[in-house]
Structure formats: C-alpha cells, structure tokens
Write a protein that binds this ligand. Structure first.
Ligand code: FE2
Length: 443
C-alpha cells in the first residue's frame, strides 16, 4: 500500500490538491465561471450558513462531476441498522456483551455498511437530536460502493482489523487504537483486510469538537496537531456496471447507481473534512495527590448539546497511565450517573473488571443504573499497597457517554446472542464490612 499523506490540525482551514493537477484550486474565489482542468465546484455545508464563525463549517470540492450526477435513490434492505428505540421494552439493568461474532467470509460476505448493527441509542434524525451506537462486523471490502450519512457524524473506533477509508477528501488508514470521524454527508468507502470489528458512535445534529480545557491551560488531553486530515486524491474511473452510492437518510438506507466513481475530487479547501487520531497521543491528566478526577478528564472529543456543559455524547478513553493517589481507593468509584455510559474495549484488561469485559465486547450502564468495580476488584484494591503503579498497561477502553437515555435494540438484547446474562453476579460477592464498633486505628 502506497504511503498515505496527511495534514495535521483540528478544524483548521485546509487547502489540498492532488499533485497530479497543480493549480486545480481556484485562486481568490470559490466558484469561478470556469474551473481549472474542467472541474465542477461544489460546496459541502456542515453547518447552517449563518452559524457564528467559530462553529461555521463548510468545504469547497473541485470534482470531475458534481455529486448530483446519479440515478434516483431507492430503498435497500437493512437488517440491523435502526433508530427504532421501541423494538423491545426498556431495560434498566447493567448490561454486558461478550465479543460480537464476525461472520467468516466463506459463510457470509459482509461489508462495512452491511455489517452495521445498532445496539442502542436515543433521539431522532428528523429532529436532528440524538445518538446511535452501532457495532460493525465485516469481512469484505466495499467494491464500487460508497456510503454517506445524511443523518449525522460517524465516530469510528476500530477494534480488530485496519480500515482503509477512501473519502471524497482523500484516503485514511485507520488501525485499532486510532479513531476517525466521518462527518455528515461525506462519501466514503471502506476496504478491509480480513475479519474486522469495531464500534461507531453516530451523532445527529452536532459535530465533535475538542473539549474546553479551563484551568488545565492551553495544552493537554487531545492536542489539535495530532489530528490528521487526508490530502486530496481522485480517481477518474468510469464504472460501466454501475457504482452504488448508499445514503442513510432519516434512519433508512437508500441506493442510487451512477456511472463513475464519486471519489473524483481533485482539490478541496475548507474546514469541514474527515479526520483521524491516534489514541496513543492523548496527554493524560489525572489526580497526583489523592482521590479521583471524574472520567471527564479523559475526554477526547465532545458533541455538545445546547445546554452548557452537557454533551449529546462524549468520547472518553482510559489509556495507560500512572496511578499514584495516596490513601485512595484507586479503581473507578461506585456510582450512579445522570448520563448513559456505553463502554467498549479495544485491547487489554479494564482495571475495574479484570474478567468478563473483553476486547470486542461492550457494556451499558444506563441513566441512574448503579455500577462500579466487581467484588474481586474491591477486595484487592482495598488492601493494596499504594505504590506508584502502571494502570491499564497495554489496554485501551473507551466510553461513549451521553446525556440521552439510550434504549437497547432488539439485536442488542436478543438476536445478537452475546448478552452476558450473568453480569450482575460480579457484584453479588460484595461483602458487608460494616462494623458499628469500629474505631479509627491508633485510638
Ligand atoms: Fe460509570
């Protein structure tokens, strides 16, 4: 695979030309009467035209044919992609899933779009407010097929197998322990290299941004320069058998045929584009004296709601780090939260659940559903000598945290057959340690 090139920065105004066509970007204007090389100019808007400058997002694409050059869309079958949150009754219990099965290609070929399985979510794409969490499992590349999401943004978290993502803006290789964001409306196609699995956080109606840093200062957490944006790349490829463009529109999938590749953008400029980020670059900040910072200290990206400080969804990670807090129960605390917490594990062992929470699996702790370390973790951590120690070495777990009360789909609760029905048992051995006659030591 030829080496891929990227530009670095988050939300910057970028310019990019495929080097085969120097001068493809117009100078001094966006929409000249005639574009260089006989290209068409097309704007992709990711925000209302009138958004304040700080949140205004759009890019100009200079392409061989405009995106409108396609046959009409018609509905296509979708098996497990949904935003119907009433398929099954609400489920307030702590939920945990074993690793999701990836079909073998010899049994059932499945590409990235066919392999999208919605597990939970809330809200609604028509009113532009909500989220969906999908598991993707696939074994086949998308051939002469692209996808775009009219409903919102995809934050993709690969867990097994790398993804070569071809977008209108260029190509990105995204491997486990990296994430990428493909924003609303951007055409992309996914090539895979075997059995492949991961997680998708879809957000309707907001874009991801870096969290504010407040007293942390100007640096830290995910630094803007570590976000990578593809450089322009085009193919001038006629597809006589038809190239299929899939649109996700109001939660449903539609397909349209066209006679050439949509990856025909020779140059682009703007601040609305796909990007990727390597989680190893996250600059971890945590407690260095006693007690805990809340997990929000590990926020990589946030999709804000209109309520100050309240996210539609945060993407939070629990990376390798030092644990040094004195006189402190170091694992995550027991708690109940006014937010929904969906967790996944990319690799390793999550510190609060050494057993049962496995790479490629998941858990959901819904709004006000109590949760915390299992009994084994509690007993060990209560007695541990508090030396500085590495936490989460060779591990990367993450959380999609949402202010919305997510419902679980029928696939998630029933037909995936991966629900761990014994999850609650990890807390059953919690012992009573209460002693009303207890005296502080030394008295
Ligand atoms: Fe939690």
């Amino acid at each position: 695979m030829a080496e891929l090139k990227y530009m670095s920065g988050f939300g910057n105004e970028f310019t990019s030309e495929d080097p085969r066509c120097p001068g493809a970007l117009p100078e001094g204007q966006n929409n000249p009467q005639v574009c260089s090389y006989g290209l068409y100019a097309e704007q992709l808007s990711g925000s209302a035209f009138t958004c304040p400058r700080s949140t205004n997002k759009r890019s100009w694409l200079y392409r061989i044919l405009p995106s409108v050059h396609h046959k009409p869309f018609a509905p296509v079958f979708q098996e497990n992609l949904t935003h119907n949150w009433d398929e099954v009754d609400p489920e307030p219990n702590q939920l945990r899933w074993l690793p999701f099965h990836i079909p073998h290609a010899v049994d059932k070929k499945m590409d990235f779009v066919e392999g999208l399985h919605t597990i939970c979510g809330a809200g609604e794409p028509k009113s532009r407010n909500g989220i969906a969490v999908h598991i993707y499992i696939c074994n086949t590349s998308m051939i002469d097929k692209s996808f775009y999401n009219s409903d919102g943004d995809f934050l993709i978290v690969p867990q097994q197998g790398k993804l070569l993502i071809i977008t209108e803006f260029g190509k990105m290789l995204v491997e486990p322990n990296e994430i990428c964001v493909i924003q609303q409306g951007m055409h992309f196609s996914v090539e895979v290299f075997g059995e492949t699995r991961g997680y998708v956080l879809e957000v309707f109606g907001a874009h991801f941004e870096l969290p504010d840093l407040g007293p942390i200062g100007a640096n830290g957490l995910a630094n803007p320069r570590d976000f990578l944006v593809p450089v322009a790349w085009y193919e001038d490829r006629q597809v006589p058998g038809g190239f299929t463009v899939i649109s996700k529109f109001q939660g449903k999938l539609f397909a349209a045929e066209q006679d050439s590749s949509p990856f025909n953008v020779v140059a682009w400029h703007g601040n609305y584009m796909p990007y990727k980020y390597n989680l190893e670059n996250f600059m971890v900040i945590n407690a260095v004296a006693f007690d805990h910072a809340d997990p929000s200290i590990f926020t990589v990206l946030t999709a804000k709601s209109t309520r100050p400080g309240v996210a539609i969804a945060d993407f939070v990670i629990f990376p390798p780090r030092w644990g040094v807090a004195n006189r402190t129960f170091r694992p995550p605390y027991y708690h109940r939260n006014c937010m929904s917490e969906f967790m996944g594990l990319i690799k390793g062992h999550y510190e609060a659940k050494e057993e049962g929470f496995l790479p490629g699996g998941a858990s959901l702790h819904s709004i006000m559903t109590p949760h915390g370390p299992d009994a084994d973790c509690f007993e060990k951590a209560s007695k541990a000598e508090l030396r500085p120690e590495r936490v989460a070495e060779n591990t990367m777990s993450f959380m999609f945290e949402s202010s919305l009360s997510m419902a679980v789909t029928k696939w998630g609760l029933k037909t995936c057959n991966r629900l761990d029905k014994s999850y609650y048992k990890c807390w059953e051995p919690l012992k009573r340690h209460f002693n009303p006659n207890w005296k502080p030591s030394g008295k």
